[in-house]
Design a binder for this molecule. Sequence first.
Ligand code: G5P
Ligand code: MG
Length: 254
Amino acid sequence: TKRLKKAARIILIGAPGVGKGTQTERLLARFPQLAAISSGDLLRENVRKKTALGLQAEALIQAGNLVPDTVMLDLISAELVTKGWLRPSEPTTTQSSSASPPTISSSSHSQYNRPPSIAPSASFILDGFPRTAVQAISLDRILPINFVVHLFTPPSVIISRITKRWVHAPSGRVYNTDFNPPKIAGKDDITGEPLTQRADDSIDTWKQRLRKFEDSSKALIEHYERQGSLWRVEGNSSDEISPKLFAEIERRFA
Ligand code: G5P
Ligand code: MG
């Protein structure tokens, strides 16, 4: 493991199945100071718990479409406060997002009287958020990101992974029957609980998710390119990408 000297506020951008979750798990193991939020895992938790947000997001996710920006901003900003990475500057009524997730109708940041401040030492990874330029611009106002990783693997390589994915939903741990199978088939390595497949992991839905990614990521990537925080890494496998990513984070933050 490695210690980071500077606060690393990292986001991962990449096509569905490129390995954002896989790299996040590996980064957490390598850099113990990091913690992570996965926007997809947070949404799926809301779907499982049948919250108001989950009930309304479910059909969008299942069809491979994006959840509206305002909903995502409410969900993520509440989670950032819960994790202690954002300090609301006024007393707020914000509660833990899992105890009381924002509803789909609430407007962005309505709970704050003025912009919140950053916990200066927080080092973290956001996996899957922001995913549109609108989300990125809103995040800039509350929590500036200092390292944007664009993961690239050709879609023709990714497609073969998708239907082989199994997940431990409560933790977000990701398996693949080819690439990293669980020790016991169908069971999570840590808890022994059953693994499930994602409702959006059919080939057709993956293709729609890919289209949505291609539509929304151009402006997103350009936004961070202008800020000078973008770093692109390419490879046909996660094993090829991880060492490059580790080295770059060490170069910038260790
Ligand atoms: P998610 O959950 O963010 P996606 O579609 O962006 O979903 P996904 O599918 O979770 O991304 P990933 O995390 O990039 O992919 O990939 P992964 O899970 O690590 O790897 C995929 C599989 O390949 C796994 O089985 C893994 O073990 C295997 N694998 C990894 N590396 C290799 C390798 O080198 N070789 C092989 N053979 N296999 C490998 O978002 C879901 C939905 O939520 C909504 C949207 O509806 C979205 O579609 N959403 C948002 N909507 C609006 N704004 C946002 N910010 C949103 N965030 C989520
Ligand atoms: Mg993922």
